[in-house]
Design a protein around this ligand. Structure first.
Ligand SMILES: O=c1ccn([C@@H]2O[C@H](COP(=O)(O)O)[C@@H](O)[C@H]2O)c(=O)[nH]1
Length: 273
């Protein structure tokens, strides 16, 4: 099943627009997992098991694994997801961007090595840096558009021919780059007005929306700005607020993650219309 069909099915089956982000910072893991040789993978597997029925996607961020030379544990996590929860899309957050020949290697890494259903990419180097990912015709290519960080405005807000650069990116991806119909865009929950602008430009194209939870984005404004006519259209990501939900000395970390994931999913659903 291709990425978009899988995402549509997951939105429906789990009644959820929540994307659970897997950003396993070793410093924040429970002590017994910090000392465990496979601690990062064990942590992620427990989070996945605790939230799989509440999520429309999982998004491991590759930096948290690669920084520690723990790509083997990312492979373990991705394999686990695909074996246990094959119906939930796996988004590799890598934000790659390079010339075509190198991009092809990044695509092999995302799709063949990790088996991702979709990968995040940076549009800055243009279409020939994104096209190699589309050789995997059933996989998703999620293009950075209006990122959630304040500094995203430095470039994405530049006026280009009367409108901001991020709108050109949205239009370009919707009109020209979406060769296989498997593209999506990253738009931050911290900018609901821009989220609404992007939604108006791209029809029902899925949006990956980070920025609620630890970054403080407003859930109601996010959902109302980015939803499609059928009340879906978004993978609203929360990472740290869910995976580190465990209060000091309190409940088990996976149970705490489940509780916050459920609260977040329900808060999102309250505004889907
Ligand atoms: O614009 C962007 C694009 C990607 N991210 C990534 O999403 C998560 C957010 O984590 P939180 O803990 O929920 O803040 C993280 O992996 C980022 O690399 C983003 O935040 N903004």
């Amino acid at each position: 099943m291709n990425f978009i069909d899988k995402l549509n099915a997951a939105w429906r089956s789990n009644d959820s627009l929540l994307c659970v982000g897997l950003d396993p910072d070793i410093e924040r893991l429970p002590q017994h997992l910090r000392d465990h040789p496979e601690g990062i993978a064990e942590f992620c597997k427990a989070i996945i098991d605790a939230t799989a029925d509440l999520a429309c996607s999982f998004k491991p961020q590759i930096a948290y694994f690669a920084a520690l030379g723990a790509e083997d544990q990312l492979e373990t996590v991705c394999r686990y997801l695909k074996e246990r929860y094959p119906h939930i899309p796996l988004i590799l957050d890598a934000k790659r961007g390079d010339i075509g020949a190198t991009a092809r290697q990044y695509a092999r890494e995302a799709f063949d090595r990790y088996g991702a259903d979709a990968v995040t990419v940076n549009p800055y180097m243009g279409f020939d840096s994104v096209e190699p990912y589309m050789e995997w015709a059933d996989r998703g290519v999620i293009v950075l558009c209006r990122t959630s960080n304040a500094g995203g405005s430095d470039l994405q807000f530049l006026d280009v021919g009367g409108r901001p650069l991020y709108q050109h990116v949205a239009q370009l991806v919707a009109d020209k780059w979406n060769k296989n119909g498997q593209c999506a865009l990253v738009v931050g929950a911290t900018f609901p007005q821009e989220l609404a602008q992007v939604r108006a430009l791209v029809g029902d194209m899925p949006l990956l929306v980070p920025g609620i939870g630890a970054q403080g984005g407003d859930i109601e404004a996010t959902v109302k700005s980015g939803r499609t006519a059928n009340g879906a259209g978004m993978m609203i990501n929360s990472s740290r607020a869910i995976i580190y939900a465990q209060p000091q000395g309190g409940e088990d970390f996976a149970a705490a993650a489940r509780r916050v994931a459920m609260e977040t999913r329900d808060a999102i659903n309250a505004h889907r219309g």
